[in-house]
Design a protein around this ligand. Structure first.
Ligand SMILES: Nc1nc2c(c(=O)[nH]1)N[C@H]1C(S)=C(S)[C@@H](COP(=O)(O)OP(=O)(O)OC[C@H]3O[C@@H](n4cnc5c(=O)[nH]c(N)nc54)[C@H](O)[C@@H]3O)O[C@H]1N2
Ligand SMILES: Nc1nc2c(c(=O)[nH]1)N[C@H]1C(S)=C(S)[C@@H](COP(=O)(O)OP(=O)(O)OC[C@H]3O[C@@H](n4cnc5c(=O)[nH]c(N)nc54)[C@H](O)[C@@H]3O)O[C@H]1N2
Ligand code: SF4
Ligand SMILES: [Mo]
Length: 730
């Protein structure tokens, strides 16, 4: 029998039965706000931008959430998803009590247990792993600030290995490329000075659909002030609709376009020669390198006409240094992603835009001491060497390597904590591997709020309360102005759910590591920290956000000499480090995988404004706005596949994997060779009463994974699909 069968919660012994929904007639109600209103500061957790806002509770009932006007992430306005955050709290499908995997009559089930039973089980398994394999054989997968508490427990135990999908499935190659070039990454929030840009170049980045609140607001400010917008996207995105130039590039050929732009900037002497002479190294190598990459050559690769390439390069130069070539955020596309991001970093240097108004500004956060903690045990082995030694340049944990290192009898990792990440939907090509790892691991703990797919693999499911019911870590992100922001519970936790800090502390105490959480309530730690900078928890729970004066300038001073944190102290156009590790020291164009025989479309995915990945699909308010995704195809493709607008189809990829049924949207806003769908849909689980079976999942169709040889990230865009019309279509 399988060690761990995949279990849906609806098959749970003793799971609370769901009451049927009843509709009541309309009664006259007082207007909102007429009752007793209590307001609490919150950090929105519907996505990772962490906007600061206020929750209003009227007569003990949820009323509304809105942005805090003092907050640079929101400027007083939440996005659609943030507004709908109450749906995360009210969702009746939430996890309600701790569950333990048990075998009864030969079948595996989840059994509701007390928190004490769950903690005892976890502590016993952790100690056994320590005894048999060593203290360093557990790891944490996590997305979001609440993961920090579990990171602390595992670090204290002697297992510091940690990974987040925001590296190898998201920003990894960007951070690596900018660090190689400038000695530091772009960071989050992205240090783009768009509100002051006179020209913005978007390569993929579909701002407006990608709804990172403060960022979209600064972009719209630039549009309002008449900045020249250049959008490079195979699809006529929302951003393309606001652009002077839309370059509908052949997917996967952006490096060719950027090499041609460099060729024009250098050969027409449009680059910032003073900036390059003062700050950069490797210009001669770069100049020689880009000579063959003329706009005429790039036309053949990208489908973008040479005159358009020249015109757009000149417009960028005209607005420089207030020209922002946006670095993108989800950049794990074709496996040459570090090189594509290097091309963006190099273009930025040629335009003299790093450290300059309208380009990339210097961020600052509040200098605040860490809470004093004991020293962690010395590691017996180096997990980086053991798990991802083939990617020495990677600064963070690579999630798919963590999974690989958990498969087999001799696997390095023996236990997982998964906090707020639905790995099966997040990491491409892991369905089989997840099943294998879950056979081989000695412990698999999932901390979640909802019964998403990952819970089906767990030994123990720990229900966290939502961000509206708990104290979360303080926000101290680098920004234009330093500021601190807190999130305080607006409601008591529903059901038997608990805050992350409490769960992590209880586990630590079971392991005799209580001195890593030396307080009764997490607010005591926050209060200690806040007092170091002249504030207090009491003050912050009243005001939510506190701004601090900047200590350093936002931009380089004219003519200022400065040293960069690269090995040469210069902006490295030519990267000696890449050369030393056997990679191309200057970006080289690698053609994307070619289309298979037969009728296939590039599988292209992105964001929809109403949802955050898969985590909001079951949110009753957001579900109502967008209950399923559609696949965008061009009329030419519609005619090839003989499908019409609104018809349901199944998608089948080059390896024969099929999706759920999904509706077609026929539109000229996409290239005839490509298809586009919003990521996050296609959950097949009866535990998710709204999301179940709605729309299709792009992740399952991503079976060809193009791993970046530098960053180790998973390129997801080398896949193709064909359309199979459904017989009975709506
Ligand atoms: N509403 C909402 N907003 C979000 C999120 C969310 O879940 N929901 N998630 C946030 C997160 S974590 C991230 S990382 C960001 C991601 O958002 P972005 O960084 O903006 O993501 P991209 O992958 O660049 O954007 C997808 C766009 O790339 C285009 N594209 C596809 N292939 C190519 C190509 O070969 N070349 C070019 N030039 N373009 C191509 C697609 O047509 C699409 O318009 O969004 C953030 N914002
Ligand atoms: N195919 C494809 N894959 C992608 C992407 C893509 O566009 N297409 N995007 C990539 C990118 S850019 C990113 S950043 C990653 C995102 O990857 P993830 O963040 O892993 O994405 P989700 O699927 O949203 O994971 C959500 C899980 O977190 C749980 N959760 C939500 N709120 C809470 C909470 O408050 N506490 C706890 N404990 N759990 C909570 C949800 O219930 C759910 O199980 O995905 C990457 N993978
Ligand atoms: S961008 Fe929207 S969903 Fe994300 S934190 Fe801000 S308000 Fe919440
Ligand atoms: Mo992301």
């Amino acid at each position: 029998m399988k060690r761990r069968e995949f279990i849906q919660l609806s098959a749970t012994a003793g799971a609370a039965a769901m009451a049927p929904l009843t509709l009541t007639g309309c009664k006259a109600r007082p207007l909102p706000g007429e009752g007793e209103v209590v307001q609490t500061p919150v950090l929105c957790n519907v996505c990772f931008w962490r906007c600061a806002g206020t929750v209003s509770v009227e007569n003990g009932q949820p009323w509304k959430i809105e942005g805090n006007p003092d907050d640079l992430h929101s400027n007083g306005r939440f996005c659609t998803r943030g507004d709908a955050g109450l749906g995360m709290y009210t969702d009746p499908d939430r996890l309600k009590q701790p569950m333990l995997r048990v075998t009864e009559n030969g079948r595996q089930r989840f059994k509701p247990v007390s928190w004490d039973e769950a903690f005892d089980y976890i502590a016993e398994k952790m100690n056994k792993i320590k005894e048999e394999h060593g203290q360093d054989r557990l790891c944490l997968f996590s997305h979001g600030s609440g993961g920090n508490f579990f990171r602390r427990t595992l670090r204290a135990f002697g297992s510091p290995a940690y990974t987040a999908p925001s590296y190898a499935q998201c920003r990894g190659p960007r951070e690596v490329a900018f660090a190689l070039t400038y000695g530091e990454g772009v960071g989050s929030p992205d240090r783009t000075d768009m509100e002051n840009s006179r020209c913005i170049v978007l390569i993929g980045s579909h701002l407006g659909e990608n709804l990172h609140n403060g960022q979209v607001q600064t972009w719209i400010e630039a549009v309002r002030k008449g900045a020249t917008m250049i959008t490079v996207d195979p699809r006529f995105s929302v951003a393309a609709g606001k652009s002077k130039h839309w370059l509908p590039i052949k997917p996967g050929t952006d490096i060719a376009l950027m090499l041609a732009w460099m060729n024009v900037l250098i050969n027409e002497n449009l680059y910032d020669a003073d900036y390059i002479a003062r700050y950069a190294s490797g210009f001669d190598e770069l100049k020689a390198h880009v000579q063959p990459y003329t706009p005429e050559w790039a036309y053949g690769q990208t489908g973008i006409r040479p005159d358009v390439i020249r015109t757009t390069a000149r417009e960028m130069a005209m607005a420089a240094p207030a020209t922002l070539v946006h670095p993108g955020r989800h950049v794990t596309w074709y496996g040459d992603d570090t090189q594509r991001e290097r091309a963006i970093a190099i273009l930025t240097a040629l335009l003299g835009a790093w450290g300059r108004e309208g380009g990339y500004y210097e961020q600052e956060n509040v200098s605040i001491p860490s809470f004093p903690l004991p020293d962690p045990p010395a590691p017996a082995t180096n997990w980086r060497d053991e798990v991802q030694g083939d990617f020495p340049v990677a600064p963070s944990g690579i999630s798919q390597k963590f999974i690989d290192a958990s498969i087999g009898e001799d696997a390095y990792f023996k236990g997982w904590f998964v906090y707020s990440s639905n790995l099966g939907h997040t990491i491409p090509g892991v369905t089989e591997k997840l099943a294998q790892a879950s056979q081989d691991l000695d412990l698999l703990v999932v901390v979640d709020t909802m019964p998403y797919g990952i819970t089906g693999y767990a030994d123990v499911i720990l229900p966290e309360c939502t961000y509206l019911e708990r104290l979360d870590p303080m926000r101290n992100s680098p920004e234009r102005e330093p500021s601190l922001a807190v999130s305080v519970p607006a409601f008591e936790p529903k059901y038997d759910s608990k805050p992350g800090w409490w769960i992590a502390k209880q586990i630590a105490e079971r392991l005799d590591l209580g001195d890593w959480f030396p307080w009764d309530d997490y607010s005591e730690e926050l209060d200690w920290q806040l007092r170091q900078v002249g504030s207090s928890f009491e003050e912050m729970r009243r005001i939510g956000v506190k701004k601090f004066p900047r200590q350093t300038p936002k931009y380089f001073a004219p003519g200022e000499n400065r040293s960069f944190r690269t090995s040469s102290g210069k902006i490295e156009l030519y990267s000696q480090m890449l050369a030393d590790f056997g990679h191309d020291p200057l970006p080289v164009f690698t053609p994307p995988p070619s289309k298979p025989e037969g009728e296939f479309l590039h599988l292209n995915y992105g964001r929809a404004p109403a949802h955050t990945f898969g985590r909001t699909i079951n949110n009753p308010q957001l579900f109502e706005l967008m209950p399923e995704n559609t696949v965008w195809i061009h009329p030419v493709a519609a005619s090839t596949f003989q499908v019409s607008n609104g018809q349901y189809v199944r998608l089948k990829n080059q390896d024969g994997v099929e999706s759920n049924a999904v509706r077609v949207r026929v539109t000229e806003r996409i290239r005839p060779d490509s298809l586009f769908m919003a990521h996050g849909f296609g959950h097949n689980s009866a535990d998710l009463s709204l999301a179940n079976g709605r729309g299709a999942d792009d992740q399952g169709l991503i079976t060809r994974i193009l791993v970046d040889p530098i960053a180790g990230s998973t390129g997801m865009r080398g896949n193709f699909v064909t359309l199979i019309p459904e017989e009975a279509s709506a």
